[in-house]
Design a protein around this ligand. Structure first.
Ligand SMILES: [Zn+2]
Length: 300
């Protein structure tokens, strides 16, 4: 927090978590950069979460990259995955537009999903067109439009490093003219300083050094650092629920073709298998009136 001004900042180095994500996937360098930057952004934005739950950021693309997903919960458990088009050719020179918004149909989706929902409560979801040439710009535009918060992000990622900086102008309380002017001055000054930060410098410099380099002239109050970790929340039960949603007819026909069903988690690669007996059990609990029912399975 900047003393005497309604401006706050965050720095994140999430490289270790990022390497854990990548140990499970093999993405081309341009995809690595985008997904790594999204991971840093999710960790930075999770501090805005005012509930126990998760923030999920998705970019649905219409180019060679079809989907980027990053999740971060209140415990700073993170996971991420990317889906490429089956015939994707990804040259190193492709930028964000070329990868995700080739035909202008790319979408950015933010979901805020509280853990303990009231009955019938839906997660909050905001969907906007992809507006920007970088992950940082897309999120900044979203924050300005939906939260009316001036937020600036500087993000950088490669194969081994993922780092980010966030600055946010907090809403004015009271609105004394002198303090409004002071807030604006601090905001402009810190944004200008941070804007001198180049992508390669952010990749090469640890966050303690960055903090000193950028804000040595400011009086700031530091908070205890928090520690993000890679964690996948997939489970056999959740995969079973997903199969139930598909409905008995669908599952029976897949079983007839394949003998058993194999499902790999897109995030962590964990393999789950369901044979005929397992699937019968899934739907048996439905008959007893427990668990989820797909509309096709309702009995009267
Ligand atoms: Zn998983």
């Amino acid at each position: 927090m900047f003393e005497n001004a309604a401006v706050r900042g965050e720095l994140v180095d999430i490289s270790e978590t990022w390497r854990e994500v990548q140990a499970r996937h093999d993405y081309p360098a341009p995809v690595q950069r985008l997904l790594g930057e999204m991971l840093a952004a999710a960790a930075l934005l999770s501090a805005n979460l005012k509930f126990n739950g998760a923030i999920v950021m998705q970019i649905h693309g219409d180019g060679p990259v079809r989907l980027l997903v990053v999740e971060c919960d209140s415990q700073l458990h993170l996971r991420a995955t990317a889906k490429l088009a089956p015939d994707a050719v990804i040259g190193n020179d492709l930028d964000l537009r070329g990868l995700l918004n080739a035909h202008g149909h790319g979408r950015f989706v933010i979901t805020l999903d509280p853990k303990d929902k009231m009955p019938g409560q839906q997660p909050y979801q905001g969907i906007v067109p992809l507006d920007g040439d970088s992950i940082a710009e897309i999120i900044e535009n979203y924050m300005l439009r939906s939260e009316q918060l001036d937020t600036r992000l500087w993000l950088a990622a490669d194969a081994t490093v993922s780092r980010g900086l966030l600055l946010q102008k907090l809403p004015q309380e009271g609105g004394i003219e002198a303090s409004v002017a002071n807030d604006l001055e601090t905001w402009n000054c810190t944004v200008m300083l941070a804007s001198t930060l180049k992508h390669d410098e952010l990749l090469a410099t640890d966050i303690d050094t960055l903090m000193k380099r950028l804000f040595w002239e400011e009086t700031i109050r530091l908070f205890e650092p928090q520690h993000p970790v890679f964690h996948c929340s997939c489970s056999r039960e959740k995969v079973g629920n997903m199969l139930k949603m598909l409905g008995r007819t669908e599952i029976d026909s897949a079983l007839a073709d394949l003998g058993k069903l194999g499902i790999d988690c897109d995030f962590c690669g964990q393999h789950y298998e369901f044979d005929g007996v397992d699937c019968a059990q899934l739907f048996a609990t439905d008959m007893a009136g427990e668990g989820l029912q797909s509309p096709g399975q309702l009995k009267h």
